[in-house]
Design a binder for this molecule. Structure first.
Ligand SMILES: [Zn+2]
Length: 484
């Protein structure tokens, strides 16, 4: 390739290395030597030598390259020298910046090793060569990266884990395996076992471990923090497996398992079931129960176990109270129920019941009296019709039939209407009577908790808690229908 008049012109030199080129034998100094050797031949005047460490895959990352391009735009030099094409760029954005200078500003770009000298106008064969050299070099870099990844993956699939091992293990670089550390492994094992019972929350497991004499050395308190314990319980490494990111799969490691897969699976299920954050509970008896000793309200406390079981306790939290009462909700439930069993709805006086259901029956009794009025009105209309027929000596049967039908249409089948309305009233009365045979308890137990709460507020005067359970008093209206 010929180079037109570049002798004694001003030149910039650009050298670059990056981590991806390591071990390729083209150091910054070697590149510089190649470039300067070329410059010497053409008696070029070197304005500046740029030496840069950085990847050429992405634009914007190379400070010196961009600075050099800026200088070229300002016309500081007529020639730019690279030792190799791929030292200029591996990305088309940066490459274009140089080519543009060549085509529009009369720059000469020299690639020493490929003996490629670009001057305007760039010929198609020159562009092809540039693209080909860059293409091949990019291909090599990417291929090397892939090979490297594949190597890591292959080694990983064989069971060697290059990363730091979790608590309970220590990496042995010589044996290329993770070895268990007895004390810590026991700690991990116990943590899994305790959680797998489903009887403890994560925080309770941490406390329980400490109680049982297991110490977590990384904390001054020697109690494992909640988040560390959660990550521990989620880590499949303890079953002898580990995750290989490059392969996207779990593989069997060459380390010993601390936890069986059964226990591990059980723990995962429980972890997924456990409520993520403590929920606010609307408790049935909150702000209702009082401590008999101090008169303060008992405070509800919910314990939710990972196995889904929920335990509610009511405690006296008054620090001045010396009773320290704590009663399970189920005890209160039982006591409330036995109180409600004493309330006989059947003992409610009839007048009170009738008064109570009057409202419900009102629309039906109204209808019924309306129908009864209609019966006499209808009768009256028919009587007058017959009177007229007789008096006027009407013999037209069609007329008579039509006049009768008109009356019938206006009032409808009153007998049926009366019958059904009476039945309706009867049914309601029967239902009430049936309920009156029941105890309040029977009605109460089918209520939802919101209705239960309302009912309790309505019928009880006070709820006092003692060591033995609940002492409940009824409002006067209910005291009258109480039968022990
Ligand atoms: Zn108290």
């Amino acid at each position: 390739m010929l180079i037109k008049d570049i002798k004694k012109k001003r030149a910039l030199v650009y050298c670059r290395v990056s981590s991806e080129d390591q071990g390729k034998g083209t150091s910054l100094d070697e590149q510089e030597t190649l470039c300067l050797d070329f410059a010497k031949k053409y008696k070029l005047e070197i304005e500046k030598i740029y030496k840069e460490k950085g990847s050429a895959m992405k634009p914007e990352k190379r400070k010196m390259f961009n600075e050099m391009v800026e200088k070229l735009r300002k016309g500081v030099a007529d020639v730019v020298i690279f030792a190799f094409v791929d030292r200029m760029s591996r990305n088309p954005v940066d490459g274009y910046k140089i080519i543009q200078q060549v085509e529009d500003e009369g720059l000469t770009a020299i690639f020493v090793q490929e003996r490629l000298y670009l001057q305007a106008p760039i010929e198609s064969s020159e562009m092809l060569m540039l693209d080909t050299v860059l293409g091949v070099s990019n291909y090599r870099v990417r291929l090397d990266k892939e090979k490297c990844k594949a190597g890591i993956k292959a080694r990983a699939l064989e069971g060697f884990r290059p990363n730091r091992s979790p608590y309970g293990y220590k990496n042995d670089k010589r044996l290329k395996t993770a070895v268990t550390m007895k004390k810590r492994a026991d700690f991990v094992k116990k943590a899994f076992e305790l959680y797998a019972t489903g009887e403890y929350t994560v925080v309770e497991v941490a406390e329980k471990l400490y109680e049982l004499g297991f110490r977590y050395e990384f904390q001054p308190s020697k109690i494992i923090p909640k988040q560390s314990l959660i990550s521990m319980l989620k880590n499949p490494f303890y079953t002898g497996k580990y995750y290989v990111k490059q392969a996207g799969e779990y593989v069997n490691g060459n380390h010993k398992a601390i936890v069986s897969e059964d226990v591990y699976d059980k723990v995962q299920k429980l972890l997924n079931l456990a409520p993520k954050s403590p929920r606010k509970h609307a408790l049935l008896y909150s702000q209702l129960l009082k401590c008999e000793n101090c008169g303060g309200f008992m405070v509800g406390d919910v314990k939710e176990k990972p196995n889904g079981k929920r335990y509610v306790y009511y405690r006296c939290t008054n620090p001045k109270c010396n009773e320290h009462l704590s009663i399970p909700e189920i005890v209160i439930d039982k006591d409330v129920e036995s109180y409600l069993k004493e309330i006989r709805l059947g003992l409610i006086p009839k007048e009170i019941i009738n008064e109570a259901i009057k409202d419900e029956l009102y629309p039906m009794t109204q209808k019924l009296s309306g129908y009864r009025r209609d019966v006499s009105r209808k009768y009256d209309r028919e009587r007058r019709l017959y009177k007229r027929i007789v008096e006027d000596e009407i013999v037209d049967e069609e007329y008579i039939r039509g006049a009768k039908a008109l009356i019938q249409e206006e009032y409808g089948d009153l007998d049926s209407k009366i019958y059904y309305t009476q039945k309706q009233i009867e049914t309601i009365k029967n239902n009430v009577a049936e309920n009156l045979q029941k105890r309040l308890y029977d009605v109460y137990t089918v209520f939802d908790s919101k209705t239960k709460r309302k009912a309790l507020e309505l019928l009880a005067n006070s709820f006092k808690c003692t060591e033995k359970g609940l002492k409940m008093t009824f409002k006067s209206a209910f005291r009258k229908i109480r039968k022990r």
